[in-house]
Design a protein around this ligand. Structure first.
Ligand code: ZN
Length: 278
């Protein structure tokens, strides 16, 4: 009894001293060493680095507007609708997507070319938005990189000397792995955002199927899997959730035509001058 009480008190003191935050998705306390205000500073600081590391922004305003439109539709129905979100498409040919703390979400050209509908794009953006909302990146970064380095890097112009150069730190951020539990949380919260934004949640299952068959055809071709669990288990719980919670909803958007016009045709047009000049 006393032992339990002692544990409770020391747990409480630990939380009070080191900072806990309520995860808005689960409603549970999670250990959080980075103050929430710092999320935006860290995101703002590293977004240009991530963009540079992944080939820069795709130079097509129509395509960028569309990615942002779909992302904002998701963000507005998330657990943190008031945060300023940025959804950006990057030139990188790998099949990937990632998010920085504070509302910065990126998707690669390689991923965009493999998707077929707006609902599938919404699935990727919803999963990443849920990571932002639950502050998974901040938790992983403070655990793996070290709170001092991160905060001084976010608030000062220069990364502290002799610690890490910016590019190394960016690579570390891009390689961060979340726990299986975090991924499941992002999948299921993402699914609920899709439905609230009136997207067909089955788009998330299709995206998993695409990633899986892509990886089977060409092992190691999906960079997303270097930081994410294999899709088999994820498809099972997504299907279960769709069957039990979202079955029979009408009028949900799939958006095959919209996606083709705003993304696939834009990316194909991009290649045309090159082909003609041969
Ligand atoms: Zn994830």
């Amino acid at each position: 009894m006393f032992k339990k009480f002692g544990l409770l008190i020391s747990g409480l003191i630990f939380c009070l001293c080191s900072g806990c935050a309520v995860n808005p998705i689960t409603g549970e306390e999670q250990l959080m060493l980075i103050p929430e205000e710092q999320d935006i500073a860290i995101g703002r600081k590293y977004a240009p680095e991530v963009e540079k590391e992944m080939g820069g922004r795709i130079d097509n305003q129509r395509l960028q507007n569309y990615i942002d439109y779909v992302g904002q539709r998701i963000a507005r129905v998330s657990h943190k609708p008031d945060l300023e979100y940025h959804f950006v498409a990057l030139e990188d040919k790998s099949i990937n997507a990632c998010a920085l703390p504070g509302g910065y979400v990126f998707v690669t050209k390689g991923m965009l070319k493999k998707l077929e509908t707006e609902a599938q794009l919404a699935a990727i953006l919803a999963h990443e938005t849920a990571h932002v909302v639950a502050r998974h990146a901040s938790a992983a970064m403070s655990r793996e990189i070290g709170i001092g380095i991160l905060l001084s890097a976010a608030t000062s112009e220069k990364i502290p000397e002799g610690v890490l150069v910016a590019a190394d730190l960016t690579r570390q951020i891009l390689g961060l792995k979340y726990s299986r539990e975090n991924e499941r949380e992002a999948d299921l919260a993402g699914l609920s955002y899709m439905v609230r934004a009136r997207y067909d949640p089955y788009g998330m299952v299709e995206t998993m199927q695409m990633l899986q068959s892509q990886n089977q055809q060409e092992a190691g071709s999906v960079d997303f899997f270097s930081t994410h669990p294999a899709p088999q288990n994820r498809m099972a719980y997504l299907m279960q959730r769709i069957r039990t919670r979202y079955y029979g909803l009408g009028g949900l958007k799939i958006g095959k035509e919209d996606y083709r016009e705003a993304v696939l045709e834009q990316l194909n047009n991009e290649n045309k001058p090159l082909l003609n000049s041969r």
